[in-house]
Design a protein around this ligand. Structure first.
Ligand code: TYM
Length: 339
């Protein structure tokens, strides 16, 4: 059992990241490390250079993301926490897998289409080959499970396709090299939407900070953002079917359910017939209650840059050891001669 997942250190950790992925990282860490399973969580800093970026901000965001993950409950003594840039095997395996990945597969990736937009000629090559690096990230460690939000499902399917083709093309039938990883997507928070637009996912790249709740937001900011969140004038229905065609209401009910650890149907039983004037303060308070302790820990941890660097350096040492055997076997399977 090996769990591997990553997050780009581009800006703040937001509620979508937390509910869609990080909360599962912590759960899996606590469950599996007790049973001898291994969890590797990394900052995808190599992925972050696929879009225009400021080097100074990337370095600062990398340290801040370590502080954020630890404040959410990732324990560097239980999990291996590191950044890709300190484990060269990620970039090496990506190159080796570039021979197996097909142009047509990458062309179909929705993230590539969304992020490159109409300007494909001007997009970076890294943005196009991004999913091959993501495949290398998980195949390098023979990951069995990859906890992610819904938006990463397609990239994980591609990782499986690459693994399968490589195993078929270069390995004996009874000794495949790569494990096919299974995505773990939380049913109740697979896709948290923007607070300003129920049809767009909550994202770090949205220019409006009002569209997302950041882990770093204080109680006032959280209450304000929830209060200003887009809604419709109808009161809440008594059943989940009643949320059809009401994306903003659906999103807020989903967030409440995920935070409270109950189903959307149970939320509606509590709030049936109530307007957003009553529902929003309750949601805001629930968010503040859960996020405030993490935000407080985060503010403390981010002050000690050296300690954060030490966490990454220690994690990278362990990750390099774990990566070495699969990388060596990949070179060998491809017929590449190495001393
Ligand atoms: P990233 O940095 O965009 O997001 C990190 C994690 O947060 C989840 N997520 C969401 N879940 C629910 N609702 C949302 N609105 C929302 N926004 C983000 C993402 O699904 C993700 O799990 N390419 C990846 C990073 C990566 C990776 C990997 C992940 C690189 N290599 C290998 C898994 C395995 C990314 O940019 O995630």
């Amino acid at each position: 059992m090996r769990i591997v997942s990553g997050i780009q250190p581009t800006g703040n950790l937001h509620l979508g990241n937390y509910l869609g992925a990080i909360r599962n990282w912590v759960r899996m860490q606590d469950e599996w490390s007790a049973k001898g399973g291994q969890c590797l969580y990394f900052l995808a800093d190599l992925h972050a250079i696929s879009m225009p970026h400021s080097p100074a901000e990337l370095a600062a965001n990398t340290r801040e993301m370590v502080a954020a993950l630890v404040s959410c409950g990732i324990d560097p003594d239980k999990s291996i926490l590191f950044n890709q840039a300190q484990v060269p095997a990620h970039a090496e395996l990506q190159w080796l897998l570039n021979g197996t990945a097909r142009m047509g597969w990458l062309n179909r990736m929705t993230q590539w289409k969304d992020k490159a937009g109409k300007n494909r000629e001007g997009a970076s090559v890294a943005l196009f080959t991004y999913p091959v690096l993501q495949a290398a990230d998980v195949l390098l460690y023979q990951a069995t499970h990859v906890p992610v939000g819904e938006d990463q499902k397609q990239h994980l399917e591609l990782a499986r396709d690459i693994a399968q083709k490589f195993n078929n093309d270069f390995c004996p039938e009874d000794a495949p090299l790569f494990t096919l990883p299974d995505p773990i997507i939380p049913p109740e928070a697979a896709r948290i939407m923007s607070l300003r637009d129920g049809s767009a996912k909550m994202s770090k790249s949205d220019p409006s900070d009002m569209s997302r709740i950041n882990l770093t937001d204080d109680a006032d900011a959280i209450m304000q953002k929830v209060k200003k969140a887009k809604t419709d004038p109808e009161p809440l229905p008594g059943t989940v079917e009643g949320l059809a065609g009401r994306p903003e209401a659906n999103n807020l009910v989903g967030i409440y359910a995920a935070m409270a650890g109950i189903s959307p149907a149970e939320v509606l039983t509590q709030f049936e017939g109530k307007g957003f004037g009553q529902f929003k303060p309750a949601l805001g308070e629930l968010l503040v209650e859960t996020l405030s302790p993490m935000a407080a820990r985060y503010r403390q941890l981010r002050e000690d840059g050296e300690a954060l660097d030490a966490i990454l350096a220690k994690g990278a040492l362990k990750a390099r050891d774990l990566a070495a055997p699969t990388l060596a076997k990949t070179y060998q399977a491809l017929g590449l001669v190495r001393g």
